[in-house]
Design a protein around this ligand. Structure first.
Ligand code: 4AD
Ligand code: MG
Length: 430
């Protein structure tokens, strides 16, 4: 019977066949240990000379790394492996022999591994990170579907900038200029006026010349937008959503978190509500932590965010930022118009900002004023103004960066390992 490694727990004591690749192997004179992987997981296959005979045993010993096989054997429990099972191999059939697979069990440098990303994805750690990513995506759809959100897909080719013009990817759109989307937000606001609560999930692009462990040129963003919800309502959605995602990974990725050696006690603490501090308080905090030169009106860099996060064991919201350093569409605080009703969510353990969100300006006149201040004119922006003209309502939304969230939950140092094929400043291949 054909099965997969993920399903072997249903076949203890039975003989099964699995299509697999040879990830690694060890052998002595009488016994060979095949590290098998089939995409669904990793499992050891034990080949005993006395059981399979001399010829088959020699064939097993000569198998090369990443050769593909059909392996047939009996599933037995094995408490030492994370999977909990192994196979006593009775027979195997070589499908394709791999010669000189470039990624050997020895240590390779990151550049070499990135050049071989198309193969590196097969390795145990990368496999685990992608499975965590997949679980975060699954839990995201689950959360928003259960809460009655409608998924709406904004365009990727756009005529306008949502977040600021410096990091736009320019392209030609026949005779016109176009840009790859930095954020679907403006479209999601239109969608919220049509469907109430909406979310998007898609690729976004930023031509940022930053080479940090938190920046990608192409990254995936989840952007919920909610009509009739204010800043505070939005923070509650955010903390419940992030908690749901973390708890789902803890529940459904136990093997992967073990492979990644993730300290799960840090993740177990993640439940709503999350602490909130204002930008003013955050400035105080970083000053106390030794950053004397930080002044009101400055944006925080990675070291500041890490210093702030150190004071909390959950993600922390930094709210009420100076209007001058935030996007044009953010609603000013009626009690204090120099700050806006927004928040960045900073992940624990130094992973930095994972969410940016705000309440949006819903007043037509104020939005027109912002257009003027920011030089936003032309057909690419006119339609967005009309959302304030026809039945404008208080509304809020946010964007969660998928890769930074994966990095945090999986405990991976650099975002380049959290996306299958990263686009970096110096990397367009593979
Ligand atoms: O804070 P940002 O720029 O917010 C927006 O784009 C809003 N329009 C979202 C909204 O309200 N609908 O980006 C949101 C998140 C960040 O918090 C970060 O997690 C991620 O997107 N992000 C990046 N991730 C990887 N590489 C980059 N270059 C990123 N830039 C932003
Ligand atoms: Mg931001």
């Amino acid at each position: 019977m054909k099965t997969t490694i993920a399903e072997v727990h249903k076949h203890v004591g039975e003989e099964v066949t699995i299509g697999a690749w040879l990830a690694n192997k060890r052998s002595s004179g009488k016994i060979a240990f095949l590290q098998l992987r089939d995409g669904t997981g990793f499992m050891q296959g034990v080949v005993v000379k006395a059981e399979v005979g001399e010829e088959k045993f020699q064939e097993a010993k000569s198998l090369t790394q990443e050769s593909s096989l059909y392996v047939t054997g009996t599933i037995v429990e094995d408490t030492r492996s994370p999977l909990g099972f192994e196979m006593q191999v009775n027979d195997f059939e070589l499908i394709h022999e791999a010669v000189d697979y470039p990624i050997t069990p020895k240590n390779h440098g990151t550049e070499f591994l990135m050049d071989h990303r198309h193969l590196w994805l097969r390795s145990k750690k990368q496999h685990a990170v992608m499975k965590v990513r997949n679980e975060i995506i699954r839990a995201t759809y689950e959360f928003f579907n259960e809460q009655g959100y409608v998924k709406v897909d904004p365009p990727i080719l756009t005529g306008a900038s949502a977040e600021g013009t410096t990091e736009l990817f320019h392209t030609k759109y026949f005779d016109e200029d176009a840009y790859l989307s930095q954020s679907g937000q403006l479209y999601m606001e239109a969608a919220a006026m049509a469907f109430g609560k909406v979310f998007s999930f898609g690729p976004t692009f930023r031509a940022e010349k930053s080479k940090t462990r938190r920046h990608l040129i192409e990254f995936w963003m989840i952007e919920p937008e909610m009509a009739f919800m204010d800043h505070e309502d939005s923070l509650q959605v955010q903390e419940h959503y992030v908690s749901h995602v973390v708890q789902s990974v803890l529940k459904n990725c136990t093997i992967e978190l073990a492979v990644l050696d993730r300290d799960t006690s840090q993740l177990e603490k993640i439940s709503a509500p999350f602490p909130r501090i204002t930008y003013d308080e955050a400035i105080q905090l970083v000053k106390e932590k030794g950053f004397d030169d930080v002044e009101w009106g400055d944006d925080f860099g990675a070291p500041h965010e890490t210093a702030i996060a150190e004071s909390f064991d959950k993600p922390v919201f930094i709210t009420h930022w100076p209007a001058e350093i935030k996007a044009f569409y953010m609603k000013p605080d009626p009690k204090r118009p120099d700050v806006v009703l927004c928040a960045d969510l900073i992940a624990p353990e130094g992973y930095g900002e994972i969410i940016g969100g705000s309440q949006r300006i819903d007043d037509m006149e104020l939005m027109e004023q912002r257009y003027e201040e920011n030089g936003l004119t032309g057909p690419a922006y006119e339609w967005y103004l009309q959302l304030r003209q026809y039945g404008s309502v208080p509304h809020s939304g946010f964007g969660l960066g998928l890769e930074r969230t994966v990095a945090w939950i999986a405990g991976v140092e650099h975002v380049r390992e959290t996306i299958p094929f990263p686009r970096l400043l110096n990397r367009l291949y593979p």
